[in-house]
Design a protein around this ligand. Structure first.
Ligand SMILES: O=C[C@H](O)[C@H](O)[C@H](O)COP(=O)(O)O
Length: 235
């Protein structure tokens, strides 16, 4: 693979699947890095007879599971996950994450919360010291459509910064609609020190469904590097 970023994603994903997946129920995150994790899972099922049931975090993840011929599960049938493997938009050194750049944060957070282990896979661009160093698009927040305006006013009053409604771009007029039929705000924060406080504060605003800050959930992350190695971070 010639593209260093894609190569890095693949290395991280393969290593995480090799080190953390055993027979059982697996949560499948969303995004471009997770594609490689599903590819590796399918290889291991074929080559080693690994027996996994995969619970998707999004429409995209469900399609991937089906495309690779893996067993599809859901949280009603399979509420306890051995491990959830997922990408991230940014991670600080404590594995505080920003997620939801692809709009799938709510189901992702649910899957992370149901797993014995939550493992992050990403390329080297996502590894920061402090959040906001690399990811400039703000913190994704899923909101009930009719409440988007009052929610962003309240966020600015409570926490400062600026929020924007995420728009679809040229593919559709109007805002992005999540897998749950909601809208997304991207909140550009300023001067945050306590991420747990912010995560809780955002979720207390009526109309907020979930936010893309994952604080204290991940204990291990694999970052594929441009030199072909994989950097591991543990907390
Ligand atoms: O909503 C999307 C998810 O949180 C993704 O896991 C995140 O955006 C990272 O995606 P990628 O692996 O494409 O960088």
């Amino acid at each position: 693979m010639n593209d260093p970023v894609e190569n890095a994603k693949r290395l991280a994903a393969f290593k995480a699947v090799d080190n953390h997946v055993v027979d059982g129920v697996i949560g499948i995150g969303s995004g471009s890095t997770v594609v490689y994790a599903v590819e590796r899972l399918a290889q291991r099922v074929k080559d080693e007879g690994l027996e996994v049931i995969c619970v998707p975090s999004s429409f995209q993840a469900k399609q991937l599971i089906i495309q690779y011929g893996l067993k599809l599960g859901d949280l009603e049938m399979n509420p306890e996950l051995k491990v959830t493997i997922d990408g991230a938009d940014e991670s600080d050194t404590m594995l505080t994450l920003i997620k939801g750049g692809g709009g799938c944060l709510t189901q992702e957070k649910i899957l992370a919360s149901c797993a014995e282990e939550f493992i992050v896979i990403a390329d080297y661009r996502k590894a920061s010291t402090n959040l906001g160093e690399q990811w400039r698009k703000g913190i994704p927040i899923e909101v009930i459509p009719g409440a988007y305006r009052v929610v962003y006013q309240k966020i600015e009053k409570l926490l400062g910064g600026k929020s924007e409604l995420r728009m679809s771009g040229s593919s559709k007029a109007g805002p992005v609609v999540t897998d749950n039929g909601n809208f997304l705000l991207d909140w550009n924060f300023e001067g945050v020190k306590d991420w747990k406080h912010v995560e809780n504060c955002l979720n207390m605003i009526p109309g907020v469904v979930e936010n893309g800050l994952f604080v204290g959930m991940a204990r291990k992350a694999y970052f594929g590097m441009s030199d072909g190695t994989v950097m591991e971070r543990n907390v």
